[in-house]
Write a protein that binds this ligand. Structure first.
Ligand code: AMP
Length: 365
């Protein structure tokens, strides 16, 4: 069921908006950007979460911190928060804390298309979307008995790579699999990882232009695609395993590689790969437009580049990713768009532009 966003927005004062998000993930960057663009800011914290770290970063410290017993309590407060003209900026942790059903049904305007969650959270739906967009993904292995080359086993809904494992054979698979947990298996793609941070704007009409078409192939809108930064995730323990020897040595002493994200490293990519970076981003937003009404704002393609200089995309995140955090003061790419442009600040700029031009209903759902 769609939310009556237009009627909520009718009561909003576009000159007095509050940017809100849950503490953690990329909240410092979101608040920092929102403050630079002149917005009020509100952090949402639940349970006994320690929020004192905000005191250490005055330029990102939210104006107000709303403390709740549980994130679920936010649902009952929507009307009160709408009085403050609150706009919710989703990030991965916010969606996780609220749970997908509460998130989709929350009575606050959300920046971005809240319906994308269905396409993003189900790995099969994600594959349908990306492959229809002409994106090459790692091969899916439907039957574990067919594992005869390195494969990665991913549990559904696992956050930050937790519990994933590598299997080189069916025997390996049986040794590690947790019974009863739904999973998917992909070919393990060897290469170098790049996490590409895009920003898609239906409002701005200059820069890298994208033509959005309807199902009949008619151009119905033009938009602008940006690529603001690139990171590589630092994953424990796989990214430092070589400190103790080879993967095989580790296996022998019973230490399996794990993929738990602990931080992020700034990256740039070979310039000759940029045309493909933009082609992939463009195809993804075009297909999203056809399939479910569009993907706008920040999104990330998580990729491996092989030694044939080919991309494989193993996942899409349809909102701001924590990999944008190294770029609070701008990135080697965003510096060529505007000085000091982080993804958090870009979000605030987009909301400001929409508020000034009466287009909030176009970017909030
Ligand atoms: P994901 O939850 O899909 O983002 O995967 C977590 C981590 O596992 C990634 O950041 C990569 O390091 C690794 N990974 C995921 N899929 C693949 C793949 N098909 N080939 C190689 N590494 C992968």
């Amino acid at each position: 069921m769609g939310q009556p966003v237009a009627s909520w927005l009718a009561g909003y004062d576009p000159k007095d908006l509050t940017i809100a998000t849950a503490v953690s993930h990329s909240s410092l960057q979101i608040f920092h950007g929102a403050k630079l663009e002149g917005f009020k800011t509100l952090a949402i914290a639940a349970g006994d979460r320690d929020v004192r770290y905000y005191d250490a970063f005055p330029k990102a410290k939210p104006d107000r911190i709303l403390k709740l017993n549980r994130y679920h309590d936010l649902l009952g407060m929507a009307e009160e928060l709408r009085e403050e003209n609150v706009i919710l900026i989703p990030h991965g942790s916010l969606v996780e804390y609220l749970g997908p059903d509460n998130y989709v049904n929350i009575g606050l305007p959300i920046y971005g298309n809240r319906n994308v969650l269905h396409w993003e959270s189900d790995r099969d739906a994600q594959r349908t979307w990306l492959e229809a967009a002409g994106i090459r993904m790692p091969r899916k292995i439907s039957d574990p008995q067919d594992i005869n080359e390195p494969a990665i086993v991913k549990y559904h809904g696992a956050k930050g790579g937790r519990g994933f494992f590598i299997a080189k054979s069916y025997r390996d698979f049986k040794r590690h699999i947790q019974e009863g947990e739904p999973y998917t298996i992909q070919e393990f793609v060897l290469g170098t990882r790049y996490y590409l941070h895009y920003f898609h704007s239906p409002l701005v009409k200059e820069g890298y232009q994208v033509e959005l078409k309807d199902a009949a192939g008619k151009v119905v809108a033009t938009s602008t695609l940006q690529m603001l930064s690139i990171d590589r995730r630092d994953e424990s323990n796989i990214d430092e395993m070589n400190r103790l020897g080879s993967l095989k040595d580790m296996d022998e002493i019973g230490i399996p590689p794990t993929f738990v994200v602990t931080g992020n490293i700034p990256m740039v990519i070979r310039e000759s790969l940029l045309p493909e970076v933009f082609r992939m981003g463009e195809q993804v937003v075009k297909e999203a437009h056809k399939l479910f009404g569009g993907l706008w704002g920040p999104f990330c393609l998580e990729t491996v580049v092989t030694d044939k200089l080919e991309f494989r995309v193993f996942e899409i995140s349809a909102r701001i990713v924590a990999g944008t955090n190294p770029f609070v003061g701008g990135s080697p790419y965003s510096e060529m768009i505007a000085p000091g442009l982080s993804t958090g600040r870009r979000i605030a700029q987009e909301i400001k532009l929409a508020a000034q031009t009466g287009q909030l209903a176009k970017i909030l759902t």
